[in-house]
Design a protein around this ligand. Sequence first.
Ligand code: AMP
Ligand code: MG
Length: 339
Amino acid sequence: MDTLFLPATEENIKTAAGLLRRGQVVAFPTETVYGLGADALNEAAVAAIFAAKERPADNPLIVHVAERAQLDGLCHVTDIARALMNAYWPGPLTLLLQKTNRVPGITTANLPSVAVRCPRHPVALALLRASGVPIAAPSANRSGRPSPTSARHVLEDMRGRIPLILDGGPCEVGVESTVLDLTGPVPCILRPGAVTKEMVAAIAGDCAVAPSVMRPLRPGEAAPSPGMRHRHYAPRAKMTVFVGDEEKVIAEICRRYDETENACILAHENAVPAFGGRRVLSLGDTKEQGANRLFACLRETDEMGVSCVLAMGWDEEGVGLAVMNRMARAAAFDIVRCG
Ligand code: AMP
Ligand code: MG
């Protein structure tokens, strides 16, 4: 299959919408990462997403809508859900709600809940409106690879597998949406993102975080979100994350770097000079920049062919939890606490 790679102009968005209505798969930008979209209510179309990604069938998809009214008949919207939608939609917040029979089992991996989100990226919204269908869209990477934050990343993973990639430039947030389970007594974050625990609690009164967000699942432990069972975000190299006192972190990374062949450091911008002539990629100064650059940096270490990645982490406050969740998974939870 030839893959068209087109700028996200009005006309090309119309072309993409036509493909979606005919049950095809199209990649498009959202404010979090690029998505691989298809008509959420068309089983064959959704099956084509799983095939293109090589995604395990037990990992459900997020259903994107242009506005709340599009959820009518698809899921049961609770009062707390409505309040959170008022506060954070359109935006990087995915809500798990009880689904109806209209959502096919393949979209939700046969779970009784469906994940729904209204993205705020103008291209995603225009595509949703032009297609007129709810769009099931996981991240547009091949399963196991870091999520794509630019159209070029999508092309790397999806060339020859899908008919069209819409290029809308780099993503603003850079980590996937917050996944919030609203089917239990207390709202619970299954995947942290740019809408933080504090932001949810400010509206919902309370917010829990699933324990497996920052530690591996224990043998036999049920995964609250199927995505947590799968290896994720991983670069090809062996990765270790260092947190704690900055000076000690830098010293420990330098020590490991010097005794390892073919290593690369992911550093906070301000710390780059401290690593001297060693090979360093900058994650930026702030956690927000770290969220924005992490996946691109992981892909770059793949391209460089390094065998070891030594990364400076952040604390887990605010959006730091989202960044550290992705880093921890990329490192298979190899996290070193210094000082
Ligand atoms: P991605 O589509 O790559 O952004 O991943 C979507 C994430 O949402 C995965 O971690 C899924 O496991 C999670 N998810 C989607 N739908 C559900 C659901 N019904 N129940 C639990 N987790 C879900
Ligand atoms: Mg994904």
